[in-house]
Design a protein around this ligand. Sequence first.
Ligand SMILES: Cc1cc2nc3c(=O)[nH]c(=O)nc-3n(C[C@H](O)[C@H](O)[C@H](O)COP(=O)(O)OP(=O)(O)OC[C@H]3O[C@@H](n4cnc5c(N)ncnc54)[C@H](O)[C@@H]3O)c2cc1C
Length: 165
Amino acid sequence: MGGFKKQIAGFNVERLGNSARAVAVGRHAFNLARDHAQTRKQFGRALCEFQGLQWKFAEMLMRLEAAQLLLMRAAVSAQDGMPSAQDTAIAKLACNEAGFFAANEALQIMGGLGFSEESTAQYCVRRTRGWMIAGGSIEILKNRIAEGIFDRRFSQRSEKAMAAE
Ligand SMILES: Cc1cc2nc3c(=O)[nH]c(=O)nc-3n(C[C@H](O)[C@H](O)[C@H](O)COP(=O)(O)OP(=O)(O)OC[C@H]3O[C@@H](n4cnc5c(N)ncnc54)[C@H](O)[C@@H]3O)c2cc1C
């Protein structure tokens, strides 16, 4: 009994893998942009000397670090190797948003070069964007988090679909 529920709980492990990839790729894009900002010069100054870009880096790092901590919390709190659905949903939402935010900002910091298909930055944007859909879209994760907040299920099915069950 409850075999499907047990099987689907294993999906939370996959979701943490998705979360880890999102943060890792976001960090990679962050590093690319940081290197670029220290060497690329405009108006006779390195890009990293412009406060407008420094603030982008601060925001990217803060979001990546916070998301990674939520990911670690979900992994460390796992019972019998299975992370909780609520911790997992919160971690994946944070990691997906932080990874995409960092990659997108990195592309912007790298300007036309970042947008070029030869740049890894644009690849990072596409990868992190995909993980906001794959393995539980961010909307579905928010639905799951709301169920945890109110401690009840909110069926997404229409009354007609429910009646047919
Ligand atoms: C990069 C990538 C990798 C993937 N890898 C795999 C894989 O390995 N295996 C696999 O089986 N599938 C995979 N998928 C498919 C993925 O699981 C689906 O794309 C995803 O579940 C969304 O389904 P859908 O595309 O049919 O969108 P739809 O279900 O049509 O949803 C469209 C939009 O509506 C939103 N939405 C739907 N229902 C609700 C609701 N109740 N409340 C609020 N918003 C809602 C969704 O979040 C989405 O934004 C992958 C997708 C991507 C982008």
